[in-house]
Design a protein around this ligand. Structure first.
Ligand SMILES: [Mg+2]
Length: 368
């Protein structure tokens, strides 16, 4: 298979309501969407980064320029017999994992379509439905948080995750646990705590949490391992796990007992699968995180989450949780058992609504 044309576009798809983490607010999805072509068949991919480098170092501008100036020329017109060969094609590119991942997932989609194969099946997915949870940003106050929990639990989501930061941790958890003593509940700090605040994190052990996600710095393993050794609750790493090697280091150090896998953060589907296999071998549960992707990235995540090691509910809500209208014609809807149905179509399964995509496109480049 030879890629003969690539379309790259920056989009802005507004959220229904802004999403507040410990350090920033997101008002919409600012992904870079790529479409790759080979002999008239097309595959779609998404690099779901923001405009500002708050979650990771990359932004929609850096992704766009790297894809345009470097990555596409490396892969264009090359004979690709399997998408795994992209790791070799991009081997001299350091970092820029979201930029690589967007192109890699488009090539996976295209390649599966040419083989009339479904991505989930091809990757070894075993589930027809995947359990999903909801991630709640930091609201104005506790009352609002409780009413959001109520809303999403009544829709059927299987677990609640709340964003925390120093000063917004013990109190909201007390409130939730008083009302719902047994729900699956976890917290995510996006790196907001320093080691000096370890006592607060240790005190969260009594709230029967599924996990405490990324309390310390986005690149840290050491302080996470200090925390993990002192508490029963599993520490989960998100931002710190940027590659299979980083996952191995974290397991050797006992820096976490759960890993959140996002294909973009680790450089694509191949690395995500390798991390899944490493964790499965070491009996470390994994789950699929989310970057508030459009239906394209979401379809990739659902396919990935169908693999057997993804035993915890993912941050993969129904599309309508974030968008009034998504750029796909087949948005995921929440089943009554708190799951999403894994696509069965060729490729990752997202059917792109190009008319609407054009409306929310900020700029578009074609390279051939
Ligand atoms: Mg996280």
């Amino acid at each position: 298979m030879k890629i003969d044309r690539v379309e790259i576009r920056q989009i802005h798809l507004p959220f229904i309501s802004p999403f507040q983490t410990s350090g920033w607010v997101e008002n919409g999805n600012n992904s870079v969407i790529v479409k790759v072509f080979s002999e008239g068949i097309a595959g779609w991919g998404e690099s779901s980064v923001g405009r500002f480098p708050n979650y990771i170092e990359e932004t929609s501008s850096t992704v766009l320029s790297l894809q345009k100036e470097v990555l596409v020329s490396l892969m264009l017109k090359k004979d690709i017999t399997h998408p795994g060969e992209l790791s070799d094609i991009f081997k001299n590119v350091r970092g820029n994992r979201f930029a690589i991942s967007g192109l890699e997932s488009a090539v996976w989609d295209l390649w599966c379509k040419t083989k009339k194969q479904n991505l989930s099946k091809f990757l070894g997915g075993k589930r027809e439905r995947v359990a999903v949870g909801v991630s709640l940003g930091i609201p104005e106050n506790k009352k609002e948080l409780l009413s959001l929990c109520e809303k999403y639990l009544s829709k059927g989501y299987q677990r609640i995750k709340i964003k925390i930061k120093p000063g917004w941790d013990v109190e909201p958890l007390k409130g939730i646990r008083k009302r719902w003593p047994d729900i699956m509940l976890q917290v995510d700090a996006n790196g907001a705590y320093s080691i000096k605040e370890i006592k607060i994190l240790e005190s969260l052990d009594k709230y029967n949490l599924l996990m405490i996600e990324q309390p310390f710095h986005y690149d840290d393993l050491l302080y996470h391992s200090v925390l993990q050794k002192g508490i029963k609750t599993p520490v989960c790493l998100d931002e710190s796990i940027t590659s299979p090697d980083k996952a191995v280091e974290a397991l050797i150090m006992d820096a976490c007992r759960v890993i959140n896998i996002k294909p973009g953060r680790v450089g694509g589907i191949v690395n995500a699968i390798i991390i899944h296999h490493i964790c499965r071998k070491n009996k470390i549960p994994v789950w699929c995180g989310g970057m508030m992707e459009t239906g394209i990235g979401r379809a990739v995540n659902v396919c990935l989450a169908s693999l057997p090691g993804f035993t915890l509910p993912g941050d993969i809500s129904a599309n309508s949780r974030y968008f009034k209208r998504d750029i796909v014609e087949n948005p995921f809807e929440l089943n009554s058992d708190g799951t999403l149905t894994v696509p069965t179509e060729s490729g990752h399964g997202a059917i792109v609504d190009e008319k609407y995509l054009n409306k929310i496109t900020i700029n578009k480049t074609i390279i051939k």
